[in-house]
Design a protein around this ligand. Structure first.
Ligand SMILES: C[S@@+](CC[C@H](N)C(=O)[O-])C[C@H]1O[C@@H](n2cnc3c(N)ncnc32)[C@H](O)[C@@H]1O
Length: 204
């Protein structure tokens, strides 16, 4: 990959930084469909303990906090953590949410902490997918649900994301399914939802 492509990819998507990224992820209009699909599938209830990795500007987190009482989120971008905190200021001051800067490959929470977890539009940036899936498994309680929205592995998205597709990790549904099972998940379902969206659902 050319050096400027890598820098652009980081600034805009992989580790967003700067005023443009902050503006974009404060209201990521292109991501609302994935947020809706995630919430429809997770069917959150007030007593769920929700986790989001790669939370970006905290918009999905904010939607989840309209339902759940307790949530936690992690993102490795300093700027994203700042805007996610602004977006969820009220829940933060009510001690209903924790938003931290860190790597999703090593989650700073105990085993069996959460009942519902998600990664929206970010799993394709994960360098060690099995590590992250095992981390999800570890921190979820038995029966906990996981939804990952990503991009299906086919030619059209590769053309669309031509600038950085060679550093994106896209998986066929069957591969995603076997990785989730390998991580320990019992009930696993991976589907294409149209508009290049791949939705993976799994239960511990
Ligand atoms: C394309 S953005 C999506 C943000 C948000 N989930 C959304 O849908 O609007 C990808 C996000 O994942 C974060 N991210 C990527 N790799 C990560 C990692 N290994 N650990 C934590 N966050 C990560 C980035 O910083 C960025 O905020």
């Amino acid at each position: 990959m050319i050096k400027w492509q890598g820098k652009l990819e980081n600034m805009i998507a992989k580790k967003p930084a700067g005023w443009f990224a902050k503006k974009m992820y404060s209201n990521p209009s292109g991501h609302y469909r994935a947020f809706r699909l995630t919430l429809d599938k997770l069917k959150l209830k007030a007593d769920d303990i929700f986790l989001e990795i790669g939370c970006g500007g905290g918009v999905l987190l904010n939607m989840a906090l309209e339902i759940v009482k307790q949530a936690k989120a992690i993102d490795h971008s300093y700027d994203m953590v700042q805007i996610a905190k602004q977006k969820n200021q009220k829940a933060l001051s009510d001690c209903r949410v924790e938003i931290i800067q860190g790597n999703a490959e090593s989650l700073p929470w105990n085993d069996n902490t959460f009942t519902a977890a998600t990664a929206a539009n970010m799993f394709f940036f994960i360098e060690k997918p099995m590590t992250v899936l095992k981390e999800f498994y570890r921190v979820l309680k038995p029966g906990g649900r996981l939804v990952i929205t990503s991009t299906e592995d086919s030619i059209l998205p590769k053309l669309l994301f031509v600038l950085w597709f060679h550093s994106m990790h896209l998986y066929k549904n069957s591969v995603m399914e076997s990785m989730l099972k390998q991580a320990g998940f019992q009930t696993v379902e991976v589907k294409n939802m149209g508009m290049f969206c791949q939705l993976s659902y799994a239960e511990k």
